[in-house]
Write a protein that binds this ligand. Sequence first.
Ligand code: 8YV
Length: 328
Amino acid sequence: MHLKNPIILITRKLPEKIEKTLKQNFNLILNKTDKKLSYKDLKKKIDNVDILIPCVSDTIDASIIKSGKKLKLIANFGNGVDNLDLVTAKEQNVLVTNTPDVLTEDTADLVLTLILMISRKVIDAQKELVEGNWTGWGPSKTIGQRIKGKKVGIIGMGRIGCAVAQRLQILGVEIYYHNRRRLKKNVEKKYKAKYFHDLDYMIAQSDIISIHCPYTPETFHLFSKKRLRLLKKNCIIINTSRGEIIDEEALANLLFQKKIGGAGLDVFEHEPQITTRLLESDNVVLLPHISSATLESRIAMGQRVIKNIIAFTSGKSPPDLVNKPYYD
Ligand code: 8YV
């Protein structure tokens, strides 16, 4: 189906270059202030829209989708699609696309940053200095953990998990992984990664854990209060995937009581709210969901969105289709 002069709603401010390209080809409803649209506003604005470009900060539920009477495509600006009701989209014959691949490397870089920062207590060390408490070098000050030789458990060995494993190799760690499906032998060999079918067994052996699975009903609180208790006393846990995968309150309590080594979190269960106890713990690095926040990633994500829209409006199948229509 060719779609002529579609109206496109972009919920947030995208890179100038991307908005400019879209403007040359389509009728846009922009969000110049970048302020998150309220649920009510979004519902009203979507009424006459053919294509929606939402972000992770927008909850596109059944009611919003059904309010888009002309809605035909949701071209998500992001990889994860847990913010979208895929079932309703499919029922309403609304196609959904995402932006895979283009944010893999930047996300993996941030994982490495978090591992290094926490292992070497970079934040605590800097705090001592900037707060004027540094009295000079001391042999037992700000003692971190050596990374070499540690066991790193990766949960979800997809694109990002593999990119993390690749980077970890130069640090001389042992790489463990747990995945829905075991990787092919040659891929395991490439990343020197050892497969563990039993997640509990793997995490109980790991010194560092990094989460890279998508958020689905099955992975909600995958790290439950009970499972978190299996973590080693010095274990560092990294989450750049989705906050809902960890029981944040249970994790915050463990960190606060120093029952685990630390945490590097770029995502939270109730963004932008953060469990107070996390803020009160000193063995954490907490970031405001910036894993893919580089200009290069953002532009590439936008270009991916444009590619999907152009394919769709010219009657072709968009390359990054997440849900297939019933009539396929
Ligand atoms: C993006 C992300 O910044 O793509 C994802 O799944 O979590 C982020 O890195 C976000 O989705 C943009 O909407």
